[in-house]
Design a protein around this ligand. Sequence first.
Ligand SMILES: C[S@@+](CC[C@H](N)C(=O)[O-])C[C@H]1O[C@@H](n2cnc3c(N)ncnc32)[C@H](O)[C@@H]1O
Length: 277
Amino acid sequence: MTNLPLAPNDTPRGSLACVGMGMTLGSHLTPLARSHIEQADVVFSALSDVAVEKWLARMNPDVRNLRPYYKEGKPRIETYQEWVDLMLTEVRAGKRVCAVFYGHPGIFAWSPHKAIEIARAEGFQAHMEPGISAEDCLYADLGIDPGSHGCQHFEASQLLFSERRIDPAGYLVLWQVAPLGNWSVGAFPKGPAYRQVLVDLLSQDYPLEHEIIIYRCATLPIEKASIRRAALRDLPHLQLGTEETVVLPPSQPVKPNLAIRARLAELDKLEQADISA
Ligand SMILES: C[S@@+](CC[C@H](N)C(=O)[O-])C[C@H]1O[C@@H](n2cnc3c(N)ncnc32)[C@H](O)[C@@H]1O
C-alpha cells in the first residue's frame, strides 16, 4: 500500500474520550478504557487515591492531574469549568485526549459531560466509556437489587435545595452527604446543623429511628468495604468521610395500585375475548 500525502481536510483532528477507572485499584478498569488511556496523546486524571494515580502514570507518559485545581474556598464549579477548558484546549490543538475519572465518568461528575457536549458541538469526536461506580459496588456489597423495590438517587445538597418527592417504599441513596452545603472544596466542614436540616426533611417520610447505612467501597484491593449502620436521628453527629454514601432502606411496604391493576385486568379480558373470537 502506498502512503498518500494527507489532504488538508485529513489533518489529524483532536478527539476526547472520558473513561472511568472504576473504584478499586487494579480490578475495575475495562480493556477498552485502558486502550484509550494508552493510545492518548494527553491524559487528564481526577482520581480518588494516590496509589491509583501512580498506577495510571505507568500507562501513559503524559498524565496531568486535575485535582490540584481544587483550592480552599474556591467554588467547585469554577474548578470543574477549568477542567473542561484544559481538556478542550488540547482537543482543539489536534490531540487525542483521554480524561480519566474514578468510578464512572458520568456519575456525579459535571466536567466529563460538559466537555463531551462542547467538543461534539465543535465537530470533534467525543464519547464516554462507562466505569464501575460506587453505585455498582454498593449493590454488590449491600446485597441491594434496585429492581426489587425501586431506588432513588440524590445529591444530598440538591435534595435540600429543591422540592422532590421521596418514595419511602424504595431505597434512597444519598451522595455527597459529608460536604453538604459546601460549594467549595477544602473549606471548613459545615456543622451538624446542616445535616440536621437533612434529617428534618427525611423525617417527613421516615421515622427518626429508621436504620441508615453509611457505605464506603474498597478503593484498594487489600481493603474491605466499610458498612456502618446508625439511626437516622444520629446522622448529624456521625463522623462522615467524603468517600461515603448514605443509604436508607425502605421504611414502608409497596402499596398495590388497585385502580391500575383493575384496568390491566380489563385489558387482559378484552385481549382474551379477541383471541377466542
Ligand atoms: C463526585 S462523586 C463521584 C462518584 C463517582 N464518579 C462514581 O462513579 O462513583 C463523589 C461521591 O461519590 C461517593 N463515593 C466516592 N467514593 C466512594 C466510595 N469509595 N464508596 C462509596 N461511595 C463513594 C460519595 O457519595 C461521594 O460523595
